[in-house]
Design a protein around this ligand. Structure first.
Ligand SMILES: Cc1cc2nc3c(=O)[nH]c(=O)nc-3n(C[C@H](O)[C@H](O)[C@H](O)COP(=O)(O)OP(=O)(O)OC[C@H]3O[C@@H](n4cnc5c(N)ncnc54)[C@H](O)[C@@H]3O)c2cc1C
Ligand SMILES: NC(=O)c1ccc[n+]([C@@H]2O[C@H](COP(=O)([O-])OP(=O)(O)OC[C@H]3O[C@@H](n4cnc5c(N)ncnc54)[C@H](O)[C@@H]3O)[C@@H](O)[C@H]2O)c1
Length: 477
C-alpha cells in the first residue's frame, strides 16, 4: 500500500475523531487522523476539561459550606491563582504531546495540518510548513471537525474583542466585571466560575429563563443560586450593540431596554456553528458551512458511494463529548463492518450500528452549583411527540440522603413516564452532587426498564439516590 493510502481518514483529532480512528483500527483497518490545532480538540483545551477543572473548586467549597462543622473550617473564598493553575495543569498548558502519544500507542497515524476533501475519498492536507500532502481512503472519510462559537452580527462586536468559550476557559486573569450573553450551558457554567473567582458577573438572557432546553425548574434553581452568589441575572433582554473605544478600555453594551452596561470583558455564549465551511465539501456535492445530515450510522446522507461520515459536533445531533464518542464507537464499527462486506448492518433501533440514544437518551450534566442534569425528554418534549405521559415531581430536600449530604439541601427531580409503554422517557435531577446520579437514569431510559422492574431496583439508604424511591412511590401512588 503506498504510504499515503489508508483504509480510513479522519479529519479532526478531537475526542470524537480520536475514537472513530481507534474503533475503525480495532476492526482491523488502517487509520490516519488529520489535525490543524491540538490533538484532543476543543474539549481537551478550551471546553469540557478546563471548564470542569475551574468549576470543581467552586462546588467543593460550596459543598463544605453547606455542612455544619465543615463550614466553620472554611474561612475564606477561592484562591483564584490556584484555581487557574489547576485548570492550566489539566490542559497540560495547552500542549498535546500526551494525546499525540496516545494516538501513536493505538497505531493511528497523525498528520498535522488543515484537511480538505478533494473529491471522493481524497483529503489534501495543508501542512504547517506550507506544503501539501494528499491522502486517499480505501473505505471511508470521517469529518470530525467539531464546532466553534457562533457570534451574533452586532454593531461593534469585532472591535469589542468579546470572549468566546475559548477565552472564558483559558483566561489567566479574573476580569473585574464580566457580562455573559446567553443562558445555555456555557453561559451558566462560566458565570458560576468567574463570579466565584471574584468577578462581578451580569448574565443577559434574551429568553425568559436560563437553561431553556431543560425542565423550567433547572434554570430557576441555577438562576437563584447565581443571584445568591452575587451575580445579576437579567432575562428578556438582548444586546443591540457594543462599543470598546480602545483595547485597554472597558466595553459598553447597549441593551434592548435602552439601558447600557459597562464591563471589562463580555462573553458571548450564544451557541455553536459547525466547522464545515472550509473542508472542501463542495468537491463532493455537499453544501459547506452546514451541520452535516447523517443517518444513524453517522453516514452523510446523499453522498454517492456512502463513504463519507460526519461524527460528533459536526453533525449537530448532540453537541456533547460523550455523545460524540458514542457516535464514534457506532460509526467506527459500521465502517469496519461495511469494509468487511458484512451484508446486514444492525441499523435497527438500538442496533450495534445505530446511534439510537441520540434521539431518546442524551444525558447532560451542567456543572453549576447546584448541578443541573437530565436525560431523555422533558415533559414538554414528550407531549410534543404526542406521548401520553405522567409527570412525577419530587422535592429533593425531603430525601433523607440529600438532607444529610447538605444542610438545607435544595433540589428537585422530575420523572416523565410514557403511560402506554410503562417506561421512563425523561429524568431531570437538579441539586448539589446529583451528577453521579444521572447514569442510573440513563440506564433506565436507554434500557427502557419497565416501571414494575424498577420497583425492584432498591436505592441505598441514606443516599441521595433514594430520590428514585420517592419518584417511584409517587408514580405508583
Ligand atoms: C465551554 C464548553 C464546555 C463544554 N463542556 C462539556 C462537558 O462538560 N461535557 C460534554 O460532554 N461536552 C461539553 N462541551 C461540548 C464539547 O466540547 C463538544 O461536544 C466536543 O468537543 C465535540 O467533540 P468533537 O471531537 O466533535 O469536536 P472538537 O473537540 O471541536 O474537535 C474537533 C477537532 O477538529 C480539528 N479540525 C477542525 N477542522 C479541521 C480541519 N479542516 N483539518 C484538521 N483538523 C480540523 C479542530 O482543530 C479540533 O481539534 C462543552 C463545550 C464548550 C464550548
Ligand atoms: N456541561 C456540559 O455538558 C456543557 C457545557 C458547556 C457546553 N456544552 C454544550 O456546548 C454547546 C454550546 O453551548 P452554548 O451554551 O454556547 O449554547 P446553547 O445553544 O446551549 O445556548 C446558547 C443560548 O444563547 C442564546 N442566544 C443565541 N443567540 C443569542 C443572541 N444573539 N443574544 C442573546 N442570546 C442568544 C440562545 O437562545 C441559547 O439559550 C451546547 O450544545 C452544550 O450542550 C455542554
Amino acid at each position: 500500500m503506498p504510504a499515503d493510502e489508508y483504509d480510513v481518514i479522519v479529519i479532526g483529532a478531537g475526542p470524537v475523531g480520536e475514537n472513530v480512528a481507534d474503533r475503525a483500527h480495532a476492526t482491523g483497518l488502517s487509520a490516519v487522523v488529520v489535525e490543524s490545532e491540538l490533538v484532543g480538540g476543543d474539549c481537551s483545551y478550551w471546553a469540557c476539561i478546563p471548564s470542569k477543572a475551574l468549576l470543581r473548586p467552586v462546588s467543593a467549597l460550596a459543598d463544605a459550606r453547606r455542612v455544619a462543622g465543615a463550614a466553620q473550617a472554611v474561612d475564606g473564598g477561592l484562591n483564584a491563582e490556584a484555581v487557574l493553575a489547576r485548570r492550566t495543569s489539566f490542559v497540560s498548558d495547552w500542549q498535546d504531546d500526551g494525546q499525540a502519544a496516545w494516538l501513536d500507542s493505538v497505531a493511528v497515524d497523525l498528520v498535522r495540518g488543515h484537511g480538505r476533501l478533494d473529491g471522493p475519498r481524497r483529503v489534501v492536507v495543508e501542512t504547517p510548513d506550507g506544503s501539501s500532502r494528499t491522502l486517499t481512503a480505501r473505505h471511508a472519510v470521517a469529518v470530525c471537525t467539531g464546532s466553534r462559537a457562533a457570534l451574533p452580527d452586532l454593531p461593534g462586536i469585532v472591535e469589542a474583542r468579546p470572549w468566546t468559550s475559548r477565552e472564558a476557559t483559558s483566561s489567566k486573569e479574573v476580569p473585574r466585571r464580566l457580562a455573559v450573553v446567553g443562558g445555555g450551558a456555557v453561559g451558566v457554567e462560566m458565570a458560576t466560575v468567574w463570579q466565584a473567582l471574584g468577578a462581578e458577573v451580569t448574565v443577559l438572557v434574551r429568553g425568559d429563563r436560563l437553561l431553556p432546553r431543560m425542565e423550567p425548574f433547572a434554570g430557576e434553581l441555577v438562576a437563584g443560586a447565581l443571584t445568591e452568589a452575587g451575580a445579576s441575572v437579567r432575562t428578556g433582554i438582548s444586546v443591540e450593540s457594543l462599543e470598546r473605544p480602545s483595547p485597554d478600555r472597558p466595553v459598553t453594551l447597549t441593551l434592548s431596554d435602552g439601558g447600557r452596561l459597562e464591563a471589562d470583558e463580555v462573553l458571548f455564549a450564544t451557541g455553536r456553528a459547525p466547522r464545515t465551511d472550509d473542508i472542501g465539501l463542495e468537491t463532493v456535492g455537499c453544501e459547506p458551512g452546514n451541520w452535516l445530515t447523517v443517518d444513524d450510522s453517522c453516514r452523510v446522507k446523499g453522498v454517492h458511494g456512502g463513504w463519507l461520515y460526519a461524527v460528533g459536533d459536526a453533525n449537530g445531533r448532540a453537541l456533547l463529548t460523550h455523545q460524540g464518542k458514542y457516535q464514534a464507537r457506532i460509526a467506527g464499527s459500521a465502517i469496519g463492518a461495511r469494509a468487511a462486506g458484512v451484508p446486514l448492518l444492525e441499523t435497527d433501533r438500538w442496533g450495534a450500528h445505530a446511534a439510537t440514544a441520540d434521539h431518546d437518551a442524551v444525558p447532560q450534566v451542567v456543572f453549576t452549583d447546584p448541578e443541573a442534569t437530565s436525560v431523555g425528554l422533558t415533559a414538554a418534549e414528550a407531549e410534543d411527540r404526542g406521548l401520553r405521559v405522567r409527570v412525577v415531581d419530587q422535592d429533593m430536600g425531603e430525601v433523607a440522603g440529600a438532607a444529610l449530604y447538605a444542610d438545607g439541601y435544595r433540589g428537585r427531580a422530575r420523572m416523565v413516564v410514557d403511560l402506554d409503554r410503562e417506561v421512563i422517557v425523561g429524568l431531570t435531577f437538579v441539586g448539589p452532587g446529583v451528577s453521579e446520579l444521572l447514569h442510573s437514569a440513563s440506564i433506565a431510559v436507554a434500557g427502557e426498564v419497565p416501571m414494575d422492574r424498577l420497583w425492584h431496583a432498591v436505592p441505598s439508604f441514606p443516599s441521595v439516590s433514594e430520590v428514585w424511591l420517592r419518584l417511584l412511590e409517587g408514580y405508583r401512588g
